[in-house]
Write a protein that binds this ligand. Structure first.
Ligand code: FAD
Ligand code: PYC
Length: 382
């Protein structure tokens, strides 16, 4: 089997394939270097507080895998369960927060609803003044959520997969997918032809490009998503704060940098950068929440390309081409799903049928209409 894409999801898929199933030889081909895509560009927020049962179960499985991942891989992925707070600024935000929090608890997922005073107690630097431009009326809080070290996740899965015999081939771009009678026969790559009957594509940012190689169209739009970090500061923020209404979120890395992210850039693009206007609005939003951060100097900015589905949920499963499977469309929120995505995709590839946790995330849902709308839980403005 060949996995296309050496990001966290591709490497996790290869690892769980080799660990859980007996499928013969496995290769991961990566056009650049492992973890150089969105895995190494994301802001590492991990949580499972999704609204609908299907998504909640999938992300919760992933969160449970995160909780044992450093031991599993014998590699410190620095998973830090410092909690994730989603702020509400309007009455409707608060109704949505209470609804989602209740749905989470019904699914066995930890969730609390906080008042502004609770928030201030946990996050002294935040401005909860009723006169603020976007007054904070409350928040949902998932204590088991948090952050992890992004590149360690790629390296940890890669090393563990390598130890199980997986071939990881970097600087190897897939340029074509050969088929005979509607079935995959080989991959054309920048380093030669690879014959194979089974291919799992996990190429975030370029899923539509890969699909086009097989004559398929996916219901995906590719957008830039950017983030930035500040100079390192003494510890000032020990949880993750997200606000969809103001279009910004923030946490503090173990090195002390403030890690800040925005909503997606509205236009579609494959350029791994973002537009200045988004940063300007993003920083204004963060300063609204944390006025004292206005004097902090920002150090670096970057962008990744996220593949967004119309219902803000992934596609994990078979395609009309026999032997060709896609795992894509994680949009702005796939880092948290890395282990869970690998777990279910490995099952799907090995058994040729979906795991119960990804059955609802098939391509067919765009024909049947059984969409799973998680825009509210995406936590990042679209
Ligand atoms: P990637 O790491 O992008 O891996 C895909 C790989 O496929 C790439 O390495 C690429 O080079 C390779 N590839 C592409 N085409 C080919 C080809 N033709 N041949 C061979 N290889 C190919 N998610 C969260 O859960 N929490 C967050 O806080 C968060 N923040 C984010 C912030 C930013 C700025 C961005 C951009 C994304 C964020 N995300 C977040 C989303 C998350 O990063 C992605 O959903 C996730 O990392 C996708 O992982 P992946 O392994 O599928 O993709
Ligand atoms: O899905 O939690 C998330 C997220 C945070 C920042 C970008 N995505």
């Amino acid at each position: 089997m060949v996995i296309v894409g050496g990001g966290g999801h591709g490497l996790a898929s290869a690892y769980y394939l080799a660990r859980n199933f007996d499928v013969g030889r496995i290769a991961v081909v990566e056009k650049g270097w492992i973890g150089g895509g969105n895995t190494g560009r994301n802001t590492t927020i991990v949580r499972s507080n999704y609204l609908w049962d299907e998504a909640a179960h999938l992300y919760e499985k992933s969160l449970q895998l995160w909780e044992g991942l450093s031991q599993e891989l014998n590699y410190n992925v620095m998973f830090s369960q410092r909690g994730v707070m989603n702020l509400g600024h309007t009455l409707q935000d608060m109704r949505d927060i209470v609804r989602r929090s209740s749905a989470n608890r019904l699914n066995g997922i930890d969730s609390e609803v906080l008042t502004p005073t609770d928030i201030k107690r946990r996050v002294p630097a935040i401005d909860i003044a009723p006169s603020a431009r976007y007054p904070i009326l409350g928040a949902s809080f998932q204590p088991r959520g948090g952050v992890a070290r992004h590149d360690a996740v790629a390296w940890g899965f890669a090393r563990a997969a390598d130890q199980l015999g997986v071939d990881i081939i970097q600087n190897c771009e897939v340029t074509g997918i050969r088929q005979v009678d509607g079935a995959v026969t080989a991959l054309e790559t920048s380093r030669g032809l690879i014959r194979t009957k089974k291919v799992g594509v996990v190429a975030a940012g370029h899923s539509s490009v890969m699909a086009a190689m097989a004559g398929l169209r996916l219901p995906i739009e590719s957008h830039p998503l950017q983030a930035l970090v500040s100079e390192p500061l003494k510890p000032v923020l020990d949880t993750v704060i997200m606000s969809n209404a103001v279009h910004g979120y923030i946490s503090q890395s173990d090195k002390g940098e403030l890690v800040v992210g925005a909503g997606i850039d509205a236009y579609t693009s494959y350029g791994q950068r973002g537009s200045y206007g988004i940063i300007e609005g993003n920083i204004a939003a963060i300063v609204t929440l944390f006025p004292s951060f206005s004097r902090v100097r920002m150090l670096r900015q970057w962008g990744g390309i996220v593949d967004v589905c119309p219902d803000a949920c992934p596609i994990i499963g078979k395609t009309p081409v026999r032997g060709l499977y896609f795992n894509c469309g994680w949009g702005t929120g796939g880092f948290k799903a890395t282990p869970g995505s690998g777990w279910v995709f490995a099952h799907t590839l090995a058994r040729d049928e979906p795991h119960s946790l990804n059955a609802a995330f098939s391509l067919e849902r765009f024909y049947t209409g059984a969409l799973i709308d998680e825009h509210g839980a995406a936590g990042v403005a679209h």
